[in-house]
Design a protein around this ligand. Structure first.
Ligand code: 13P
Length: 250
C-alpha cells in the first residue's frame, strides 16, 4: 500500500499575517491525522515562517522552484542548498505555470530535478497536457515526453526519490477537475511508463493529481487505484478546505 500525500501549492499568494492564520489552522486541523503525509510549498520569503511554525509537527514544507546551480552569479535565483538551510523537504519542479509563463522546458526541468536530488530534496515533478493537446488526442505523448526528460537523466532510481504530479493544464485554477476515470487513466499510464524501466520503483511511486481539487471531489479522486494524493492550489489557501482534503486522504 502506498501512503497518500497531500501538498498545498500556495503559488504567489500570502503575506506574513495571513500565512500565520492559515498555518495555525492547518496545524490544528491536521495534528491528529496519521494516515497520510502532508506538506505546503510556500513562496521563498516565507520559508523561514513555515519552518518556525511547522517544525516538529506532521506538516512538512517546501518551495515551488529552484535553480539548478549550487551557487553563482545568478541574480534573483535560489539555490537548492538554500532550501535545505530552511528545512525544506519538497520542491515543486516543472509546474505548468513555470513552463508556460517562465519559459521552463523539459531540459531545464530535468536539470532542476537532478539538482534537487543532489541536495537531498524530494522533487515533486509536474506533468500534464493542455486542453488543445487533450482534444488532439496526444495526452499520453505529451506526458511521456515530460516524464522521459527525467527518466532519461535521473533514471528510475532518481524517480524512486521523487513524487510525480499529474496536473492537466486545463484543470488548473479553472474549477474543471479531471474526472476520477480521466485522471486514473493518465496515472496508470505514468506508472506503466516507469515500470518499463523498473517495476518496483513504479509500484512504490507516489503520483499526485492536481487541478481544481476541492474538499467536495477529493475523496472520489483519492479512491482511484493509481492516485496517491493531491497537489492543491486554490483550496490550500483556506485552512478548513485544505484540512478537509487532508482528511479525505486518510
Ligand atoms: P488549483 O487547485 O487552484 O486548480 O491549482 C492546482 C495546481 O496548480 C497545484 O499545483
Amino acid at each position: 500500500m502506498r501512503r497518500k500525500l497531500v501538498v498545498g501549492n500556495w503559488k504567489m499568494y500570502g503575506r506574513l499575517a495571513s500565512n500565520k492564520a492559515l498555518l495555525e489552522g492547518v496545524v490544528a486541523g491536521v495534528r491528529e491525522l496519521k494516515g497520510a503525509d502532508y506538506a505546503v510549498c510556500v513562496p521563498y520569503p516565507y520559508l523561514a515562517q513555515a519552518q518556525s511554525m511547522l517544525q516538529g509537527g506532521n506538516v512538512a514544507w517546501g518551495a515551488q522552484n529552484l535553480n539548478q546551480h549550487e551557487e553563482g552569479a545568478y541574480t534573483g535565483a535560489v539555490a537548492p542548498g538554500m532550501l535545505v538551510d530552511f528545512g525544506c523537504r519538497y520542491v515543486i519542479i516543472g509546474h505548468s505555470e513555470r513552463r508556460g509563463l517562465f519559459q521552463e522546458t523539459n531540459v531545464s526541468a530535468s536539470a532542476k530535478f537532478d539538482a534537487a536530488l543532489r541536495a537531498g530534496l524530494t522533487p515533486i515533478f509536474c506533468v500534464g497536457e493542455t486542453l488543445a493537446e487533450r482534444e488532439a488526442g496526444v495526452t499520453e505523448q505529451v506526458v511521456a515526453t515530460q516524464l522521459d526528460a527525467v527518466l532519461n537523466s535521473a533514471g528510475a532510481q532518481g524517480l524512486a526519490k521523487a513524487v510525480v504530479a499529474y496536473e492537466p493544464v486545463w484543470a488548473i485554477g479553472t474549477g474543471k477537475t479531471a474526472s476520477p476515470d480521466q485522471a486514473q487513466a493518465v496515472h496508470a499510464f505514468i506508472r506503466q511508463r516507469v515500470a518499463q524501466q523498473d517495476s518496483h520503483v513504479a509500484q512504490a511511486l507516489c503520483i499526485l493529481y492536481g487541478g481544481s481539487v476541492k474538499a467536495a471531489n477529493a475523496s472520489e479522486l483519492f479512491a482511484m487505484q493509481d492516485i496517491d494524493g493531491g497537489l492543491i492550489g486554490g483550496a490550500s489557501l483556506v485552512a478548513n478546505d485544505f484540512v478537509a482534503i487532508c482528511r479525505a486522504a486518510q
